[in-house]
Each structure stands twice: as C-alpha cells, then as structure tokens.
Design a protein around this ligand. Structure first.
Ligand code: HPA
Length: 247
C-alpha cells in the first residue's frame, strides 16, 4: 500500500475517499494523527498528517519514529512525503515542485533511529541514495504524463527549526551543495530506510531561503502560507497521477 505524509498546507487529501480512521499505538508513542485509510481512483492509500490534524505539532516535536512505525505496521510499502522547502540555489522559483535525489542532515536532538542499542544487535543501514530510485522514477513519470513540471533532482538540507535560518547559515548550506532547506526531511527518510519502506520527498518551494532573492531582507511567513495553498493543487494532482499509474 502507498502512504502519503502530508506536511504544512496538506493536512488532508481532498481526492481521498475516506473509508476509516485508525489511531495506532506504537512502542514509540502515538503518531502525529490518526491514520486515514481510503481510496484514490479505486486504489488503497493511507494518509498521515505530519503536524497533526490541526497543524499543531512543530517539526522538532513530530514523533517521526511513531509515524513510520505505524505506517509500516499497517502494511505500507511506499511513502510519498510532501514537505515545504526554502530555495537555497537560484534554480527554483517559488511554487515549484522538486523531487530531491540527495539530502544532508543538520538536525540535532531528534530520535533518529529504530536501532538504538539495548538488547538489539548493532545495525547500520545503507543510505547512500536516501530516496528510493524506483519510486522517484514513478513520480517523475507521473508528473510527465500529468503535465506537471517537476525538477528531477536537488539536495535537501534538513534543519531542526522551528526558527528560520540566518543568511550566513543559508550561504553555508549552499556551499555544502544543498539546493533547498526544510525542517522535516530527517529523520523521516532514514527511518523509512531502516524499516525497508520505499520513500520519496515531494518538495514544494514556498520561499527563497533567508538572504536570497525575495528574502534578502527577511523571510515573509505570510507569503509562505499563500504559496502553500496554490502549490498544493499541483501536489494533489501529482499524487493522484502516481496512484493512478501504480503497478
Ligand atoms: N527554511 C527552513 N525550512 C523551510 C523553509 C526555509 O526557508 N521554507 C519552508 N520550510
């Protein structure tokens, strides 16, 4: 089954014909919200609102382990994770969609593994290519057939937040090779890998990062909210197409 993790601006999926909601308990606590099971175009999908149904859980308080564990427990094999980002490089316009192919993790203080020692054997998972190649290709093919422009590569810098960055921090991320910055990409991607679940991020560019472009003087939070609303129309169409073309 395919899961969609909705981020800011996507707390529910309008095209999802909801069948049932289920609150799942996990060894790591409760997920951000009840899992919403339903169908899109006759195919089973499950939706999870990363920041909770009422968008009240900030990025550093999301229980990523509970979220991923709950999805895996319900038989999820693939995840489309929607996440808003700021543009670090000049290659994206506000409102663009990007399927990153790489990430750099700058987060701190998050529970970031299921392999936490105790009486378990030490485990190291391969994470060379953090996003699942096959699922990325499926998304890119769906975007092409639906006529939705999507950048087919990018490097996602995951930061802790919830504050936005300084201009110098964005300069550093740029020098490191990051092309976008967001607050929720990690440990989500790594936890999916640990569970053997295919995972891609659909990144929505909602602002120029601090010190860049329109955000030379400040990042407009009001601007972000407005962009999110319009960009999510494209995201929903892309999700619908990916589901429709599922093998
Ligand atoms: N920085 C960090 N996270 C973000 C941004 C940003 O500029 N925009 C959306 N999420």
């Amino acid at each position: 089954m395919l899961a969609i993790i909705g981020g800011s601006g996507l707390t529910r999926l309008s095209t999802l014909a909801v069948a049932r909601r289920e609150v799942i308990r996990t060894p790591y606590g409760e997920p951000s919200s009840a899992l919403v099971f339903g169908q899109i175009g006759g195919r089973d999908v499950v939706f999870l609102a990363r920041h909770g149904q009422g968008h009240t859980i900030p990025p550093h308080r999301v229980n990523y382990r509970a979220n991923l564990w709950a999805l895996k427990k319900c038989g999820v094999a693939s995840i489309l994770a929607v996440a808003s980002v700021g543009a670090v490089g000049g290659e994206y316009a506000v409102g663009d969609l990007v399927l990153p192919h790489q990430l750099i993790d700058y987060t701190t203080g998050r529970e970031n593994t299921f392999f936490d020692g105790g009486d378990r054997e030490v485990v190291h998972v391969d994470f060379t290519h953090p996003y699942t190649a096959q699922l990325r290709q499926r998304c890119l093919a769906a975007a092409r057939s639906a006529g939705i422009p999507v950048h087919d590569a990018g490097v996602y810098a995951a930061v802790s937040g919830p504050r936005l960055e300084t201009a110098a921090e964005i300069d550093r991320l740029g020098r490191d090779g990051a092309t976008m910055v967001g607050m929720t990409g990690m440990p989500e991607a790594a936890l999916a890998r640990e569970l053997g679940v295919a995972y891609v991020t659909i990144a929505v560019v909602v602002n120029h990062a601090a010190g860049r472009g329109d955000s030379a003087l400040a990042v407009s939070v009001e601007g972000i909210v407005a962009v999110l609303e319009t960009a999510m129309v494209k995201v929903r169409s892309l999700i619908d197409q990916v589901v429709k073309e599922a093998p």
